[in-house]
Design a protein around this ligand. Sequence first.
Ligand SMILES: [Zn+2]
Ligand SMILES: [Zn+2]
Length: 252
Amino acid sequence: MKTTGKRYRVHITGIVQGVGFRPFLHKLALERSLGGWAKNAGGAVIAEIEGDPDECAAFLRDLEEKAPAPAVLRRINVDEIGMRAVPAGFKILPSDGQSGLERFLPVDIGLCEQCRSELLDPLDRRYEYPFINCCRCGPRYTIVRELPYDRERTSMRSFHLCLDCRFEYEFEDDRRYHAEPNACWECGPQYAFLDSEGQSTGRDALDAAVEALDDGRILAIKGVGGFISFVTLPPLRSSSACASSSIGRRSL
Ligand SMILES: [Zn+2]
Ligand SMILES: [Zn+2]
């Protein structure tokens, strides 16, 4: 039980959900031996920290200076509150709906380098898995249905984490700690290829899509942000065909 020191309540608004901000606060608190908690609340993050006053001040400074790159901090309100004499340790608490009026939707983030190397590693369990993501990358805006941003309020809700993914999601030192869209070949969304003759899934779907293009068919690929149409242009045979085909290529 820690009974000396100070305790602060911190209210942070901006793009702070879906960017690994609570795990970031958790790590900062452990580095400074501070107790407390953090949670998503409405469109904000609220945290309480308790411990040595100098360490609390360093935590608040680092919070602004070392926030993960996708986060955009718009406002930070800090209030000193009474000590709670709670057990040491820092927890991420379940979200609640309380917040101010400001709400910022988390943004989609392009694939990070670590996920890219896993995607291309034949020995990795997510080798060629198209929906790979982590705390630093992946869909956010596209999958969120309402705030606070938690898995149960995204389109990932119906995909139940397998044991390996759940371990990553709950293990504090993992970069997928509280990565809400966490998924893999075993438990996450899959490729599906549909045509007039039926459906194939997984890696077979990718092969079927390539075959369709080779056969000269038009392919519509649904991604996280909408549809993109693909077609294989025929070989160029004349100057007029060359002109129209070039325009076609540019428009893609
Ligand atoms: Zn990543
Ligand atoms: Zn999984």
